[in-house]
Write a protein that binds this ligand. Structure first.
Ligand code: 2HG
Ligand code: ZN
Length: 458
């Protein structure tokens, strides 16, 4: 374990103001956003460049001290907080953003740059970064690479892995791998950048990335559409994926979620009577998609009330119902019972049945709990959030994830495994796959100091 001499070593590398040891300074780094995953640390280290990251890692390896790399600490599966007293390596100071290469449509950015900052920078050059998520103001490029974050536009542009053209990363012994040329065609062996996407800080510490940018889509249409039943909403999501040009997001909500958001965040209901199920759909392109979207919506079975956004502010108003779900659910859970977040994907054909079944399955093991359902219907991705869970609530996770697996779904659509889902990874990954995972960890990090508690724990 780290001692005063080791702290001095860290101070020599990054300077005294960037080694935090007192509890009041480290508290926001040891606790996740929901308050469900809380740990402790001897020190938070905040290097300012890749050389400092390399020296910190070399020092940790020599001393045998485990490290949890951390970006904006917006993760939801307990993968970025020190659950077993590890040192926290915060990458937020590596926030440089390079010049946009307009012809190649790419930019090189530091791991600590936020998604909002990258989007803003790209916009100055008439481009956009395709990954978007409600936590855009805090989530960092490094963290979203480590978790292969998905977000709101996966159906059009893919998740983070599809945007990464190359990475710079520090290995556990301090050596640096750097492949940032970002050539469109580059068939020179293993795609290490692709492998680091979703590796959850277990293989190397991402310090920079070359990111693909996409053209801006200046004409945007957003509609909030009510349905009489969950089944008809899910069926419509499947239909619209292929039928609406430039569709970027089809988001699912229920009446209880809308009511919750209204109650905690003081939003007026979107319709006089909130329908049982709702889809928020966004399409964008060079040509105004409003008329085409309205036509497809009007021709869809089961559609009730429809609100079409009248301009950018109105689009924000409609999106707020969806984006505020996470915050409202946390407020509902309160400090003492933070929600269980089960981020899962189902095959499109099973999605409606799963959504109908899951509240009763949760109630069968936790009668006092409440199940909230929302998510990215266009990707088959439902966020099953459960509040009012007493104790560790493993029986809730077990019931939901077993149901997911029985439908041929994935126990983690976009948040990762972290420490929260380690016990259930076998539902999706064979023993042989897990052996290969362990061999990869050993190859990248033979001393076993990188994020030891997550994914396939050391
Ligand atoms: C979202 O889609 C995020 O808003 C968070 O993935 C989901 O709070 C959640 O469970
Ligand atoms: Zn999501």
């Amino acid at each position: 374990m780290a001692g005063p001499a080791f702290i001095d070593t860290l101070v020599d590398i990054v300077g005294p103001t960037h080694v935090l040891t007192s509890e009041d300074l480290t508290s926001s780094y040891v606790r996740d956003w929901t308050g469900r995953f809380v740990g402790s640390t001897y020190a938070v280290v905040r290097p300012g460049n890749v050389d400092e990251v390399a020296r910190v890692m070399a020092a940790c390896e020599t001393a045998g001290i485990p490290v949890v790399p951390q970006g904006g600490n917006t993760g939801l599966v307990g993968g970025g907080v020190p659950r077993s007293g590890e040192i926290v390596l915060s990458l937020t100071r590596l926030d440089t953003i390079g010049r946009v290469d307009v012809h190649a449509r790419a930019v090189t950015v530091g791991a600590g740059a936020t998604i909002a900052a990258v989007q803003h920078h790209a916009a100055q050059a008439g481009l956009d970064y395709a990954v978007d998520l409600a936590s855009r103001g805090s989530a960092t490029v490094g963290g979203t690479i480590a978790t292969n974050a998905g977000g709101l536009r996966v159906m059009r542009f893919g998740a983070t892995r599809s945007q990464v053209l190359g990475v710079e990363a520090v290995l556990s012994d301090g050596r640096v791998i750097r492949h940032l040329d970002g050539l469109v065609k580059d068939n020179t062996g293993y795609d290490l950048g692709g492998l680091l996407c979703g590796s959850e800080g277990t293989l190397a510490v991402v310090t920079a990335a070359r990111l693909r940018l996409v053209p801006q889509r200046p004409e945007v249409a957003v509609a909030l559409v009510g349905f009489a039943s969950v089944g008809s909403a899910i069926a419509a999501a499947g239909e619209w994926s292929g039928a609406v040009d430039g569709v970027e997001a089809i988001e699912f909500m229920t009446a209880s979620g809308i009511e919750l958001v209204g109650r905690h965040l003081n939003l007026p209901p979107p319709f006089p009577v909130t329908p049982p199920a709702l889809l928020l759909v966004e399409a964008a392109g060079r040509v105004d998609p409003t008329a085409a979207l309205a036509e497809v919506v009007a021709g869809t079975q089961g559609v009730g009330e429809v609100a079409v956004a009248g301009g950018p502010a109105d689009r924000g108003r409609l999106w707020r119902y969806r984006e505020a779900h996470t915050e409202a659910i946390n407020l509902e859970g309160g400090q003492t019972t933070p929600p269980h977040k089960l981020d899962v994907t189902l095959p499109q054909g099973s999605l409606a049945q799963f959504v109908e079944e899951v509240p009763a399955v949760v109630a069968s093991v936790a009668p006092a709990a409440h199940t909230w359902l929302f998510g990215h219907a266009g990707d088959g991705n439902v966020h099953v959030n459960v509040t009012g869970v007493v104790g560790d609530g493993d029986e809730v996770d077990d019931a939901v994830l077993t149901l997911v697996a029985s439908h041929g779904g994935s126990i983690s659509a976009e948040h990762g495994i972290g420490t929260a889902k380690v016990r259930w990874l076998h539902l999706n990954r064979s023993a042989t796959e897990l052996e290969v995972f362990r061999s990869l960890r050993d190859a990248f990090d033979p001393s076993g100091i990188l994020n030891p508690s997550v994914l396939v724990p050391r």
